[in-house]
Every structure is written in structure tokens, then in C-alpha cells.
Design a binder for this molecule. Structure first.
Ligand code: KG4
Ligand code: ZN
Length: 351
């Protein structure tokens, strides 16, 4: 089974082909990714209209390149998977419409994939792990602890009550003029910094509900930065190191509570799985491995290139859906908002 995956929900354009063999082995035949960082950098964030135009300009060529690299033609595909949300609507429309056109022209099934579901299922592309597992989804737009019970079956155990962790990294980087995207820049700066120099808060630490809160930490960092103006490179590194250490402490504590909530509600998970761009952060990865070990769980963090947005994860989610007969009609509407656990996302719902 071979599926083409298209990702255009934010600022990465990607086309990839993933193959599932009858013996269950999985192979990424190609995973072409082009980041639009250069286009957005001078604005300090992603500009939706620029993103949509940039996707249009290169997606067709990129699909060709992905097919060539995989050594196959369109007729060798068994289905087309396109991210149909959540994300910036202009970009989502580019990938989804392209996917629909290909599916229609080729007479192949379409899988309209939830981008978050693709992050959630990526660990199964690289390792044999069964359901249910605990997912820590940490990206630019989301910070959630989710019980992954099956393909299409998700229970949100906790979420951020304000900013996402990736967003907090991006804002801190902007505040300190470190550039965009912020996560990798803050991580790099932190390597040379003293994490004990600034005493920053650890919001929600010790609270039993596995939720996150970042805004107080971000404000505390801003106040600390303002108190030492003008900032030297070392001040900046110390601020980044102190910020990252606070995030690590929060992630550790919140994930421990997430494991506890999972066990209370549905027994033991098969693994702790980390997904989303922030999963590329080394200190966070290492801390989560420790949390999993002490809980007696396997910890799975996809390699950084599969943590950040990519087409292979969309193709793989497409395969997971196609093999279960979960295909979508060609009039499937793009969804700028599309929670994994729809029940939990309703106003007044549980955590
Ligand atoms: O999953 P992703 O590629 O895009 C979506 O948000 O869907 O995640 C991007 C986020 C950005 O906020 C970026 O700053 C953050 O992931 N990120 C990192 C690192 N690499 C990317 N955050 C911390 N450390 C990193 N090394
Ligand atoms: Zn993402």
C-alpha cells in the first residue's frame, strides 16, 4: 500500500510517499519538505496569505519530485492523503484541493487527514506500538496530553489554558530578538546559559489535572529581561536557559500527572509518545525519557524531522485510515479548527 501525503497547513510545504508492506513493515520512500521560514522571517511570524501563495507555487513540482525520488508514478499510488486542517485556511485549501484533484483524476481514494491525528500516529510509522498510548502533543498551536485509543479515537486528558509551548518559545525568541522560528533559537542560546540565574515560575506545578499554563512564565521572563536592559549576549543565554529549565520542569510534572490520569481512567498506556515541533527540543526529549522510565513506560519521540510538520506523517495517517476503510468524499470541507477530541473541545466540557 502506497500513499501520497500532502502537508500545507502552516509554513511547511511537503509531499511524501509512504509504503506499507504486507509483512507490516513501513518505509518512507520520499519526504520532500520546503520550509517558508525565509518568507516569513522579516514579519516575525507566519503571514497566512504569503503562506498560501508559497504553497501554490511549489506544491505541483514538489509532488513530481516526491514521485521521482520514490521511483514510482501516480498510477502506483493506492490513495491520496491531504491535511484538511486544523491550520491556516488558505494553505489547507491548497493541499486539500490538490489532493482531491489527484484523487478524482486517478480514481483513487482520498483521505482528508487531521494534521493533529497525523502527529499523533507518527510514532507508529517508526515503531510497532499498540493502542492505547499517551501522547504529549507539543507544537506551535497545541499543547495537549491525549489518550490515543485507536485511529480516530482520542481522549484529551489535559490542555493548555493559555499559550502553546511552541508559541511561548516563539514569543520569547521574538522578545529577545533571536529570530524566527523561536524554538531552535532559544534552545541554541540556552546551551551557553546559566539556568539558575533567573528564578522563574513553574505554573500549575503539582496540580492533579494535567493542564498547562505558559502565560505567567512568559510574563515573568519579560519582566526579568526588562530588569537587566541592555541585554548582553550572556544575559540572553541565561534568560533562555532559565526559561527552558522552567518549561522542562512543567512538562515533566504535567506529563507525570497525565500518566496518572491515564492509569486512573483506562489502565496502563503502552507507551509515552511525544509529537509536534517542540519534540525536537533535546532537553525536553531527555526529560520525557526520564519521566517514562520512572513510570515503567517505553518512550517514543520521533526524530526531529518527523516531529516538525512533514508530508510523511500525513501519508502515514492516510495509510492508517485507508487500511481501515476510512476514506473521505471529494466534497470534504477544509477545517481551520478541528480538535482531536471533539467532545472535550466543546465549551463547558471536561478538561
Ligand atoms: O509541529 P510544528 O512544526 O508546527 C505546528 O505548530 O503544527 O511545531 C512548530 C513549533 C514552533 O513553535 C517552534 O518554535 C517549535 O515547534 N519548535 C521548537 C523546537 N523546534 C521547533 N521548540 C523548542 N525547541 C526546539 N528545538
Ligand atoms: Zn504540526
Amino acid at each position: 500500500m502506497r500513499v501520497l501525503g500532502l502537508e500545507t497547513t502552516c509554513d511547511e510545504t511537503s509531499a511524501a510517499i509512504v509504503e506499507l508492506s504486507p509483512d507490516g513493515s513501513r518505509r518512507i520512500l520520499s519526504n520532500r519538505i520546503r520550509s517558508q521560514i525565509a518568507e516569513h522571517a522579516r514579519f516575525g511570524g507566519v503571514v497566512p496569505e504569503i503562506a498560501a501563495r508559497a504553497h501554490v507555487e511549489i506544491l505541483d513540482r514538489m509532488i513530481d519530485d516526491a514521485l521521482k525520488e520514490a521511483g514510482i508514478t501516480m498510477t502506483n499510488l493506492d490513495g491520496i492523503a491531504a491535511a484538511a486542517g486544523p491550520g491556516l485556511i488558505g494553505g489547507v485549501l491548497v493541499g486539500l484541493t490538490t489532493g482531491k484533484a489527484l484523487a478524482l483524476a486517478l480514481g483513487k481514494p482520498l483521505m482528508a487527514v487531521n494534521h493533529l491525528e497525523a502527529h499523533a500516529l507518527t510514532p507508529r510509522l517508526i515503531e510497532d506500538i499498540g493502542f492505547p498510548y499517551l501522547l504529549l502533543l507539543v507544537s506551535g498551536g497545541h499543547t495537549q496530553l491525549v489518550a490515543v485509543e485507536d485511529v480516530g479515537k482520542y481522549r484529551r486528558l489535559g490542555t493548555t489554558i493559555d499559550d502553546a509551548i511552541g508559541e511561548a518559545f516563539d514569543k520569547v525568541a521574538k522578545m529577545l530578538s533571536l529570530g524566527f522560528p523561536g524554538g531552535p533559537a532559544v534552545e541554541r542560546a540556552a546551551e551557553k546559559g546559566d539556568a539558575s540565574r533567573f528564578a522563574l515560575p513553574r505554573p500549575l506545578l503539582g496540580k492533579p489535572e494535567p493542564n498547562f499554563s505558559l502565560s505567567g512564565l512568559k510574563t515573568a521572563l519579560r519582566l526579568a529581561a526588562e530588569a537587566v536592559q541592555p541585554l548582553t549576549e550572556q544575559d540572553c543565554a541565561d534568560l533562555c536557559a532559565s526559561f527552558q529549565a522552567a518549561i522542562v520542569d512543567c512538562v515533566v510534572d504535567r506529563t507525570r500527572m497525565g500518566i496518572r490520569a491515564f492509569r486512573q481512567q483506562m489502565g496502563s498506556p503502552t507507551a509515552l509518545v511525544v509529537a509536534g515541533g517542540v519534540g525536537a527540543n533535546r532537553p525536553i526529549r531527555l526529560a520525557l525519557q526520564r519521566v517514562a522510565m520512572e513510570a515503567g513506560l517505553k518512550c517514543l519521540v520521533p526524530p526531529p524531522a518527523l516531529c516538525t510538520d512533514n508530508g510523511a506523517m500525513i501519508a502515514w495517517a492516510g495509510i492508517e485510515r485507508l487500511r481501515r476503510g476510512m476514506t473521505d468524499p471529494l466534497d470534504f470541507a477544509a477545517r481551520p479548527r478541528w480538535p482531536l477530541d471533539e467532545a472535550a473541545a466543546k465549551p463547558g466540557a471536561r478538561a
